[in-house]
Write a protein that binds this ligand. Structure first.
Ligand SMILES: Nc1ncnc2c1ncn2[C@@H]1O[C@H](COP(=O)(O)OP(=O)(O)OP(=O)(O)O)[C@@H](O)[C@H]1O
Ligand SMILES: [Mg+2]
Length: 286
């Protein structure tokens, strides 16, 4: 199982959009089984895959979320019949994921989700407690079941324990970048965070590439971004050839859990297909 985090210290660059659509295309177009992991307390990736009522229903039924992976403390529960008790933290192997789409042999791969949760904010993720390793260990347990080809990890836009946990759990990272003048600051900041994480934890983490997103290729800022990434000595060779085009419909459809492959926009679908193919090539060649 290859584990890929979508990261950028800048907000709103389409990390989540690329994460869920890449996962969807790998499952629907390439028959690969994918686990999406939502480590962002904003839980937008979860909202792109699960409707509000369904989310409430699942949580009400006690379904596990990312909080169960990070929370290793016993939680007090008050039972009206039995009085006070404690709920022991779940063993990794017992934390079940949410099924978004079942695998259909020779047609589509499974698409599952480690759902995000606003409750992540309530967890004390102070460094030094070892919680930043828990996602890595959870994915190790998942890997033993041999179900998935890829884990795609969506991350929050801020340097945080969740971001560290996502990086430690990954072997690759992809940087989605909006073609804007300020985007360079974001990638340089990110590079610093990744380099520090690798140095501090000694993990093996490689950059799979930079994907330009929300792109209007005719605009000057797009060409400027292309030139920057193609000539900068750190980033040369990292840019994916195809950008994800800007489309209001992509944003609008997310609210109804419709992804790019569900739209009638052939150019957007084709761009996603080219990006997905390049993703598969890069993972294979690395
Ligand atoms: N190709 C696109 N065309 C138009 N709008 C887009 C496109 N991709 C993403 N968006 C919209 O841009 C906004 C930011 O996208 P997204 O949430 O994926 O970014 P993000 O990097 O995950 O943000 P955050 O840092 O808050 O997690 C969203 O409203 C999304 O619907
Ligand atoms: Mg996001």
């Amino acid at each position: 199982m290859q584990r890929i985090a979508l990261v950028n210290m800048k907000g709103g660059v389409a990390k989540t959009t690329l994460a869920v659509n890449l996962a969807d295309a790998l499952s629907r177009r390439h028959g690969r089984s994918v686990l999406v992991v939502d480590t962002d307390p904003q839980f937008n990736a979860t909202q792109c895959l699960v409707s509000g009522p369904k989310y409430v229903e699942q949580i009400g039924a006690g379904a596990a979320t990312i909080v169960d992976i990070f929370d290793d403390s016993a939680r007090p529960i008050v039972n009206p019949v039995r009085g006070h008790a404690t709920k022991e933290p779940a063993a990794y192997a017992d934390i079940s994921v949410w099924t978004i789409r079942e695998k259909v042999v020779d047609r589509q791969g499974a698409l599952d989700l480690v759902a995000g949760s606003l409750d992540l904010h309530r967890l004390d993720m102070a460094p030094g407690q070892g919680r930043e390793f828990r996602l890595q260990r959870f994915l190790n347990a998942v890997e033993e079941k041999n179900k998935y080809d890829y884990a795609i990890i969506d991350t929050p836009p801020t340097p945080s324990a969740w971001m560290t946990a996502a990086l430690l759990a990954s072997n690759y990272y992809i940087i989605p970048v909006r073609p804007e003048p300020l985007s360079r600051t974001g990638v340089d900041l990110l590079k610093g965070v990744v380099d520090r994480t690798v140095a501090n934890y000694g993990c093996d983490l490689r950059c799979l590439g930079v994907v330009l997103t929300v792109a209007q290729e005719s605009e000057r800022v797009f060409q400027d971004a292309v030139n920057f990434f193609d000539t900068n000595e750190v980033w040369r060779g990292k840019r994916f050839a195809k950008a994800l085009p800007r489309r209001t419909e992509i944003a609008r459809a997310q609210g109804e859990q419709r992804l790019i492959l569900d739209l009638s926009d052939e150019a957007a679908k084709s761009a996603l297909a080219v990006i997905t193919n390049e993703f598969l090539e890069r993972v294979q060649n690395e």
